[in-house]
Design a protein around this ligand. Structure first.
Ligand SMILES: *Cc1c(COP(=O)(O)O)cnc(C)c1O
Length: 376
């Protein structure tokens, strides 16, 4: 019994739970795990993933934007804490207060904005202050003395967390992570000396967890990629990877046609593939509009009848042609695996990413909304 969709994704709830438990086991009792479900849970479906993990006892969900946080609340998730890692813009302030979202605040101005919001709404708003410890993206670069000055003037909203984000946690050819962590610890120490202690310190996402950077775990970590079964490959002399996680998502597409073409026949836009001999080809009902990278034209693989086989010619918006020379077994309506496993053959987001010239995160997030999500 397979779902009646041309292209669909199967998400294993059980595997997401196993992955979450592996993260919990690695970081241990004193460290909470925030489940990062931004970008529709990296293509896995934020509502379903959040529900599954809330049942597992997750207390913190992390998203990118106020919009994403509001979607979780309006879907009925009332109890969980929701960290909005991308912060908020002035026009989103009301929603932050109304939907009880906890923004990562990344400038002293935003602390003041948050404070006015708490005063005007009469709500005990909490925020986490993001420190730019050297990634050069979001986060304040203000020294501790200035942060303390701003905190002293803002008595309505409460600083609940101090956080930073690492640029190179899986890279052991550079000391960037150590430098970032030392900077973060210095700021946290100076704030403490100034009488400000945040309830949560958090700096680690998947790679800092997987490669055992324990001094960066504090009492909260933010795990995304690991929940979906991935840890980035390390560079340089990395310690053993600790997480026991596996991909939770399988992506299928159906054949619309199977046919034999003669030697010399051209395939697809631009005629970029020419059959070197008579061959059997299959036309899949999925293309770049579904999230198959155009860069995989004439380079990528799929799994058909249990074997890896090649993508032929240029990937179209809604169609992709594949080599079926190895099998007479498949007919229109049958399924092919774009990402996942059939017997011995497997293809994960990291393998696809390498061929497409990108990263696994990008592959997962690009599976488009047209592709139905089915939960098993
Ligand atoms: C996306 C994100 C994470 C999660 O990262 P993973 O590598 O997927 O675990 C953590 N923190 C911040 C600030 C993020 O933007």
């Amino acid at each position: 019994m397979t779902p009646p969709f041309r292209s669909y994704v199967l998400v294993s709830r059980k595997q997401i739970v196993r992955n979450y438990r592996s993260v919990c086991a690695v970081v241990g009792q004193g460290t909470e795990v925030a489940a990062v479900v931004k970008a529709d849970a990296y293509g896995h479906g934020a509502l379903e993933v959040a529900r599954v993990l809330l049942d597992e006892g997750v207390r913190w969900l992390a998203v990118s934007s106020v919009d994403e946080g509001v979607s979780l609340r309006t879907a009925g998730m009332r109890e969980a804490r929701i960290l909005v890692m991308g912060g908020f813009l002035p026009y989103e302030g009301e929603a932050v207060a109304e939907f009880d979202l906890t923004p990562a605040v990344h400038s002293l101005d935003q602390i003041r904005l948050m404070d006015r919001l708490a005063r005007d709404t009469g709500k005990p708003l909490r925020y986490h202050l993001k420190i730019d410890s050297g990634m050069g993206r979001l986060g304040t670069r203000a020294p501790a003395s200035e942060i303390l000055g701003t905190l002293a003037e803002t008595r309505h909203a409460r600083l609940e967390g101090l956080m930073t984000h690492f640029a190179s946690a899986a890279d052991y050819t550079t000391d960037q992570t150590d430098v970032q962590l030392a900077y973060f610890h210095r700021i946290a120490g100076d704030l403490r000396a100034g009488g400000v202690t945040a309830a949560y310190l958090h700096t680690s996402s998947t790679n800092a967890i997987g490669y055992g950077r324990r001094e960066a775990w504090h009492n909260l970590v933010r795990a995304g990629h690991a929940l979906y079964g991935y840890v980035s490959p390390a560079r340089g002399p990395a310690p053993a990877q600790l997480l026991d996680v596996k991909p939770a998502l399988t992506w299928k597409a159906r054949l619309l046609a199977v046919k034999d073409i003669p030697e010399g026949a051209l395939v697809g836009y631009g005629g970029t593939f020419r059959a070197p001999r008579p061959m059997r080809i299959g036309i899949l009902g999925a293309g770049y509009a579904d999230g198959i990278f155009h860069r995989l034209s004439n380079r990528g693989k799929v799994i058909a009848a249990g074997k890896l086989t090649s993508i032929l010619g240029t990937i179209s918006m809604d169609l992709t042609t594949i080599d079926l020379n190895h099998t007479p077994a498949l007919a229109p309506g049958d399924e092919v695996t774009l990402l996942g496993r059939e017997g011995e053959a497997s293809l994960d987001a990291q393998q696809i990413a390498r061929v497409a010239g990108t990263i696994s995160y990008n592959i997962l997030c690009s599976i488009s909304a047209r592709v139905r999500r089915v939960y098993v």
